[in-house]
Design a protein around this ligand. Structure first.
Ligand code: FES
Ligand SMILES: [Fe+2]
Length: 430
């Protein structure tokens, strides 16, 4: 495919369906986009002790994030230097050594080859140090969230995140002890569609009243008699048909493909005692004014382009893993605000189950839409429109652009960035 071909698939507010369905474009995305950006690797709290590891997949490359003796973290490529077998099969764990299941080549936690069976069969000059596991060239963390880049060069992590480092601040600042930790495991699901469908949907307030209609109808009419925010509350909030709250919530897009949408009109009901204790702890750490400032940040979903989504106020993180052009995995993590009463974590877990679990009515509506869309775009290719909200944009004070919540601004921003990665030179984060 020529560069001109890619450029011709995105024209202002219209995009050709081939960007979702063509395996050659997916291959180009892996090479030009995912291998050049910063991708989420893990949270530091998942691997606290030396030898702790967790698997990740970056641009299709299987990676082990491993805590080192010196407390640093390495991202090792999980491919044996002998004949390419997958060395470690476990999702996570603690290991002194990684031994390949094929012929037993054995690696230390820092990737060095330390065990070579049939050593006598190799030439005397065979150098173990030249046959370790390869490392991902760049790794960097911000407030406990660890990212890696398969590109040896490019913007640093903070430059890459730009104003969207605020998505991490928005979660961590809410912790009275100043830290969060991954807690509650991970929800995993997959859908038979292209990864971009998910990234668009995460910034789409135009769809809930329709795509989630059946879930809305099923929602209890009186949502007042329970103490936790659950699926019914979320669906009831989605049901709002007037545009007022969407106008107010807004969507804000930044260079680099990042964006966020403002909060849904719902509040997390919290037992008064827990709320009092939480506010007292937060104020003790930050003072009254700063605590109010922290809690005033009202966002529903913030996207770190291309494949990461924070629901910071509910301590959720969604990691999207493109597997094939028409198949995508999603991992959803829940975090605990250190120093907050247990009810706060319970609320976050309830939310992850209601909105982000494979059995969630809301989530399954979206997955069905993606799968059907993938099929129809394959069967009947053509142009798609992303024109809603055009001409309504205003400047935001952090160098971004803001539009009403129903605007397709974030998607236009994603595609503008996508085109620059695929067709042009490496874009800068800001
Ligand atoms: S492929 Fe790993 S030891 Fe042979
Ligand atoms: Fe949805």
């Amino acid at each position: 495919m020529t560069e001109l071909d890619v450029a011709s698939l995105v024209e202002g507010d219209r995009v050709h369906s081939r960007v979702y369905t063509d395996p050659a474009i997916f291959a180009r995305e892996q090479e030009r986009l995912f291998r050049r950006v910063w991708l989420y690797l893990c949270h530091e709290s998942q691997i606290p002790a030396p030898g702790d590891f967790v698997q990740a997949r970056l641009a299709g490359v299987p990676v082990l994030a491993v805590r080192q003796q010196d407390r640093g973290i390495k991202a090792l490529i999980n491919r044996c230097a002998h004949r390419g077998a997958q060395v470690c099969q476990h999702e996570s764990g603690r290991a002194l050594r990684f031994r390949c299941p094929y012929h037993g080549w054995t690696y230390a936690a820092d990737g060095r080859l330390v065990g070579l069976p049939l050593r006598a069969g190799y030439a005397p000059g065979f150098a173990l140090e030249e046959h370790g596991l390869k490392s991902v060239p760049r790794i960097a963390a911000y407030r406990g969230f660890v990212f890696a880049s398969l590109a040896a060069e490019g913007p640093g992590l903070m430059e890459y995140l730009g104003p969207m480092s605020s998505a991490i601040d928005d979660m961590v600042d809410r912790a009275p002890a100043g830290e969060v930790e991954a807690a509650g495991g991970v929800h995993r699901h997959a859908f038979a569609g292209n990864w971009k469908l998910q990234m668009e949907n995460l910034q789409d307030y135009a769809h809930p009243a329709f795509a989630h209609e059946s879930s809305n109808v099923a929602a209890r009419p009186d949502a007042h008699a329970h103490a936790e925010l659950d699926e019914e509350d979320i669906m009831a909030a989605n049901k709002a048909s007037d545009l007022a709250w969407m106008e107010q919530a807004g969507v804000t897009a930044y260079p680099g493909g990042h964006s966020y949408i403002g909060a849904l009109p719902l509040e997390q009901p919290m037992p008064a005692e827990a709320e009092r204790a939480y506010l007292a702890a937060l104020k003790a750490r930050h003072g009254e004014a700063r605590a109010s400032e922290i809690l005033a940040v009202q966002r529903h979903v913030a996207i770190v382009y291309p494949t990461l989504a924070f629901q910071s106020a509910m301590q959720q993180l969604k990691v999207i893993v493109p597997v094939r052009v028409d198949y995508t995995e999603v991992y959803v993590y829940c975090f605990r605000l250190k120093g907050a009463p247990p009810e706060y974590h319970r609320a976050a877990v309830t939310f992850v189950n209601a909105a982000n679990a494979p059995a969630s009515l809301i989530l399954s509506d979206d997955l069905e839409i993606y799968a059907r869309g993938q099929r129809t775009m394959t069967e009947a290719p053509g142009w798609l429109r992303f024109g809603c909200g055009l001409g309504r944009d205003v400047a935001d004070n952090r160098g971004g652009i803001k539009g009403p919540g129903y605007s397709e601004l974030a998607m236009r921003n994603q595609f503008a960035t996508w085109s620059r990665y695929l067709a042009g030179p490496m874009p800068r984060a800001a």
